[in-house]
Ligand binder design. Structure first.
Ligand SMILES: *[C@@H]1O[C@H](CO)[C@@H](O)[C@H](O)[C@H]1NC(C)=O
Ligand SMILES: *[C@@H]1O[C@H](CO)[C@@H](O)[C@H](O)[C@H]1NC(C)=O
Ligand SMILES: *[C@@H]1O[C@H](CO)[C@@H](O)[C@H](O)[C@H]1NC(C)=O
Ligand SMILES: *[C@@H]1O[C@H](CO)[C@@H](O)[C@H](O)[C@H]1NC(C)=O
Length: 515
């Protein structure tokens, strides 16, 4: 998504931002494990890896892309396992059952190949050299063998993850905490509470108990018969670094072992390349619209009918439009610039950029809020609908649905977002809230990372709730006992009263008879 030059500049910024913490006691060896992750997941790790490396720690990253860093203290290792044919997410967007069941095919196959890759095998054999592991939570159960008898931190890149939170002993209440796919206006209606609770229970069971993890487990057990079960290993997690913040989400009841470090990758804008700068300022007071669908769903996979709707809509606008599009397009209007690489944060930071048309992935949403650019969300799948609903509910932008899309709707939505000042005002307010923190999130993440190493896994952070079964946690046994006690007391009391009554009445009867 970004060039090496941008990352180098980011590095320079990071050095300026960091530096409040006392120097570390020792240099540590840290391994970041994210073999199954998109570029956006990796983007969450990048600022943290760099900040740790700048403090002298040796960071090893096992992912599937390299060349991100030019840092003497960072080693990047790729596994090179081929990607299973990526489905066109535009086709899957209303079929979330299929879009999730893909993982039940991809992940077990991945697990059977992963440790056969020589580089991975070697790294696994060297695992005892490392002081800490950091795992991208979500799709990476395959790396759990690395975590055996070692301290580790989970990074929840997609924001709220109720499954991960429950492992730490903090079960989010589904009557007000949204799931990872959708959000609803608050307070939730009865139907939304019912749906949300059912969704969270069924999805967790599908992933962890019934389908995905059991199949990965089968592959892992075949290779490591002596290891405890994967979910048993996961329970030993020391800390979760969450890609959330209450200012850009909802306030959550969190444990000391859940630290909000949302938007670590957000940074002030840098000067734009000359050509982009003059295109943007050249738009004059009409301003510029920035259109980027992110890295997971390339714009080039967008069905032609949608693509043409956007192009025709842009033709009618007085604004200039910058579109990140990976292919060639013919007959585009003069006010449309098409290019396949763009420094997103530097563009969003520009005053003349008025609207950001986005799939509303979590990182893009965070960047838009950080740089206070109102959004027009066109969500496709995963957490994008949830993020979009948050944006609309907080009046920082609007949503368009693909199946209802028309040229007029695009033009009207953009015109409305630019002409109605509420969107800009709300997002400026949110941006201020998001930036108003005692320490930058990356520094917080560095502190807690070193803390877990310093305290050998920091068992003092562990909630006793994590040891309870769900029957115990939900007090089902206690409630059952309570009912039993009440029934017991009721019957005993009734018995005693009967005996007493019987005594009184029978003595009265005797008295009567005597008289
Ligand atoms: C890399 O780590 C060493 C110590 O291990 C440290 O002295 C050095 O400053 C670090 N390099 C950078 C570029 O931060
Ligand atoms: C990993 O990288 C290789 C080389 O770039 C690529 O061919 C492969 O599809 C990638 N695999 C995944 C799972 O992303
Ligand atoms: C659990 O974690 C601690 C440190 O975090 C480690 O010493 C211990 O061996 C781990 N146990 C298992 C079964 O991995
Ligand atoms: C699901 O699996 C976990 C971990 O193995 C287990 O503790 C839990 O009881 C299971 N839940 C149900 C409802 O079977």
């Amino acid at each position: 998504m970004m060039s090496a030059a941008t990352y180098a500049m980011m590095a320079a910024v990071m050095v300026l931002v960091a530096g409040e913490l006392a120097p570390p006691e020792k240099q540590y060896k840290i391994m970041m494990l994210l073999p199954v992750s998109s570029q956006s997941h990796k983007n969450v790790f990048i600022p943290l890896a760099r900040a740790l490396a700048d403090r002298g720690h040796q960071v090893t990253i096992l992912a599937n892309s390299s060349g991100t860093f030019e840092h003497p203290n960072i080693t990047e290792i790729t596994h090179g396992i081929p990607q299973v044919e990526q489905a066109n997410m535009f086709e899957y967007r209303n079929d979330w059952i299929s879009s999730w069941s893909i993982f039940a095919e991809i992940l077990p196959t991945f697990a059977s190949n992963f440790y056969k890759v020589p580089k991975v095998k070697k790294l696994y054999e060297r695992r005892k050299e490392f002081d800490l592991f950091m795992v991208d939570h979500g799709f990476n159960e395959v790396v759990y063998p690395f975590l055996h008898e070692a301290p580790f931190i989970m990074v929840t890149t997609p924001g709220i993850d109720y499954r991960q939170s429950a492992v730490l002993g903090n079960v989010f209440n589904p009557v007000y905490v949204n799931n990872h796919m959708s959000d609803f206006p608050r307070p939730f209606s009865l139907w939304h509470r019912f749906y949300n609770a059912l969704y969270q229970i069924l999805f967790a069971l599908y992933w962890r108990n019934w389908t995905v993890v059991p199949q990965i487990q089968k592959e892992i057990s075949a290779q490591f018969p002596e290891l405890p079960p994967l979910l048993e290993l996961e329970r030993n997690m020391s800390l979760a670094l969450m890609n959330t913040h209450f200012s850009i989400g909802i306030p959550l009841p969190l444990l000391p072992s859940q630290v909000e470090v949302g938007a670590m990758h957000c940074r002030p804008g840098n000067p734009l390349p000359q050509e982009l700068e003059s295109w943007i300022t050249g738009a004059g007071s009409a301003g510029v619209i920035y259109f980027n669908m992110g890295t997971v769903v390339p714009a080039i996979t967008m069905p032609v009918q949608y693509r043409d709707l956007f192009i025709e809509a842009f033709r009618r606008l007085p604004q200039r439009v910058i579109w990140k599009y990976e292919g060639e397009l013919e007959d585009v209007p003069d006010n449309l610039m098409i290019t396949n690489w763009l420094p997103q944060q530097d563009i969003l930071a520009h005053d003349n950029v008025k609207v950001f048309i986005t799939h509303c992935g979590l990182l893009s949403m965070q960047e838009a809020i950080y740089h206070a650019t109102p959004l027009l969300a066109v969500p496709i799948f995963a957490d994008q609908p949830r993020n979009s609903m948050f944006i609309r509910n907080s009046e920082m932008g609007e949503i368009l649905l693909w199946e209802e899309l028309t040229e007029d709707m695009i033009v009207d939505a953009i015109t409305n977002i630019i002409s109605n000042p509420k969107y800009k005002e709300n997002i400026v307010k949110k941006s201020k809230l998001m930036r108003d923190q005692p320490v930058p999130p990356t520094e917080l993440a560095v502190f807690w990372t070193e803390y877990v190493i310093r305290h050998k896994g920091a068992p003092q952070l562990r909630s006793p709730a994590a040891q309870l079964s769900w029957v115990e946690f939900l007090m089902l046994d206690v409630i059952f006992l309570l009912h039993l006690t009440v029934f017991f007391l009721y019957f005993i009391t009734r018995r005693i009263l009967r005996v007493i009554y019987a005594k009184i009445f029978s003595s009265k009867d005797i008295k009567k008879k005597k008289e």
